[in-house]
Design a binder for this molecule. Structure first.
Ligand SMILES: Cc1cc2nc3c(=O)[nH]c(=O)nc-3n(C[C@H](O)[C@H](O)[C@H](O)COP(=O)(O)OP(=O)(O)OC[C@H]3O[C@@H](n4cnc5c(N)ncnc54)[C@H](O)[C@@H]3O)c2cc1C
Ligand SMILES: *[C@@H]1O[C@H](CO)[C@@H](O)[C@H](O)[C@H]1NC(C)=O
Ligand SMILES: *[C@@H]1O[C@H](CO)[C@@H](O)[C@H](O)[C@H]1NC(C)=O
Ligand SMILES: *[C@@H]1O[C@H](CO)[C@@H](O)[C@H](O)[C@H]1NC(C)=O
Length: 423
């Protein structure tokens, strides 16, 4: 009896001494579902912001064989031409001011950590930057309110929102502003494909990447999240992050999580090798058809846009057609005079935006289950995904470790890592 008591005291003494003199380094297993720009940015910012003594084990699960997710290259730059000024007049200037102001507000997310809080919800994040109100009204309403002509709203603006989000000006003012900003000049993409951004971030973040491994369930078991995959494997993680839209994936959560219902806008991308039929466009030769044909909202119009991807020769081109519904062969045969090859892809492309917008939480339970794509109801772009992921990285560091999530030693060295920054 006495002996065992002594032993216990000794053990307690030993434990307290060892933890006082040599505290165990904080460590955490982080599991990220999805290797798109959101998941890869999250890994990057966790590494960038954590102090060197934090020992992260980061796993990223990706159901596909490649990283990058939806990253694709936008096809247009709708430049302001003299013709447009003649047609839309001062309204163009007002539109420009609106877009510049919104972009200016968004740029607040690049302010330093001293002046930029860590946000626990999308609403809070948007309100801080002065962007929240734009999610409560439609783009059409907002633009009319600031005095844009109906002509500009129903033509140019509609064409742009249809190209970028496959939707009308009934999307929220914020998604609309982002869409308009994205049609401006000065947009760039990575030669060889934007997926390389995700790939590069992952390669530099010391991540265990599990390709071809789909996560089927996330369960909170005692102290851990248990992630089970289609490979029949099971992983224990302290922190679990969902970096994909939950609307159309069948991940089973235990306990269940509740998020507001959101539907995705499906965009059909039809790639065609062949030649357009000028007659369909009321023209007498193919060369008169512009490189990009956008469309307005009209029940007879069966596609959102058609653009030239590549010209092999005068009679042999590659095109990309965006539409809300699948394009039938009959329809394609009326639009094209020649079709050598047709490939159709159905994308669950982006949220179906509405106003007022409702947001899912960043924190799905009251512990460490996070949801990057909650931010997608504000807007869906590579940049907004990265900005949302950056906030989640800070949220994790502050909630899990309670540390100020920016180690000063690292912050100094960051400035020369210009090439690694996602802005
Ligand atoms: C046609 C199209 C064109 C676009 N053009 C542009 C553009 O030019 N510029 C721009 O900025 N934005 C553009 N966007 C939007 C942009 O691509 C997305 O906003 C952005 O890529 C979203 O990144 P993400 O990482 O949040 O999600 P995603 O890219 O969707 O990544 C999620 C990843 O998770 C994986 N995944 C899903 N479920 C599971 C599971 N259960 N287990 C494991 N893995 C899973 C998916 O396979 C996917 O790789 C476009 C989108 C589309 C559809
Ligand atoms: C947003 O709208 C509310 C209510 O109409 C208003 O009080 C607030 O000032 C607005 N915020 C901004 C940044 O415009
Ligand atoms: C990342 O690493 C993989 C595997 O080594 C390589 O194939 C890929 O090209 C790398 N990505 C970038 C952007 O360098
Ligand atoms: C996940 O896998 C483990 C180990 O195989 C199993 O015990 C558990 O029940 C699985 N969880 C779910 C939700 O299927």
């Amino acid at each position: 009896m006495v002996l065992s008591r002594l032993t216990l005291i000794f053990i307690l003494y030993f434990l307290s001494v060892s933890s006082a003199t040599n505290p165990p380094p904080p460590d955490a297993a982080v599991c990220i579902v999805g290797a798109g720009i959101g998941g890869s940015s999250l890994a990057h910012f966790l590494r960038l912001y954590s102090t060197p003594d934090v020992d992260f084990h980061i796993r990223i699960f990706e159901r596909n064989g490649v990283v990058g997710g939806r990253t694709a290259t936008k096809i247009v730059s709708v430049a302001n031409s003299v013709l447009m000024v003649l047609r839309y007049g001062f309204s163009l200037l007002k539109m420009n001011t609106f877009v510049q102001e919104t972009v200016g507000n968004f740029l607040k997310y690049y302010e330093s950590h001293e002046s930029r809080p860590i946000f626990e919800s999308v609403e809070e994040m948007l309100k801080w930057a002065g962007l929240y109100n734009l999610t409560t009204t439609t783009l059409g309403f907002k633009l009319a309110d600031i005095g844009l002509s109906p002509l500009l709203i129903n033509e140019l603006v509609t064409v742009i929102t249809r190209i970028n989000y496959g939707q009308s000006v009934a999307i929220s003012g914020l998604a609309g502003a982002v869409s308009l900003a994205g049609s401006d000049e000065g947009l760039w993409s990575i030669e060889g494909g934007n997926w390389q951004m995700a790939s590069g971030l992952i390669n530099h973040s010391n991540v265990a990447l599990h390709l071809h491994e789909e996560i089927e369930s996330i369960s909170f078991v005692e102290r851990y999240y248990e992630l089970n995959s289609t490979k029949g494997k099971s992983y224990k993680c302290d922190i679990a992050v969902v970096a994909t839209p939950l609307d159309e994936v069948k991940i089973q959560f235990t306990p269940q999580v509740s998020i507001p219902k959101r539907s995705l806008q499906h965009t059909y991308a039809t790639f065609i090798r062949g030649l357009l039929n000028p007659e369909y466009f009321g023209l007498d030769s193919v060369s008169k058809i512009p490189e990009l044909v956008g469309t307005i909202e009209h029940p007879d119009l069966s596609f959102s846009s058609i653009s030239v991807l590549k010209q092999y020769d005068e009679k042999d081109m590659a095109y990309k057609v965006f539409s809300r519904k699948p394009m039938s062969d009959e329809l394609l045969d009326s639009i094209f005079s020649l079709r050598k090859e047709t490939i159709q892809i159905n994308w669950g492309a982006y949220p179906h935006y509405k106003a007022p917008e409702v947001f899912a939480p960043f924190i799905l339970d009251d512990r460490h289950l996070y949801y990057v794509n909650a931010f997608e109801n504000a807007a869906s772009t590579m940049e907004t995904s990265a900005v949302a992921a950056e906030n989640i990285a800070r949220l994790i560091l502050s909630r899990f470790f309670g540390q100020p999530p920016f180690s000063s030693s690292r912050s100094e060295s960051n400035s020369d890592e210009g090439t690694l920054r996602v802005d």
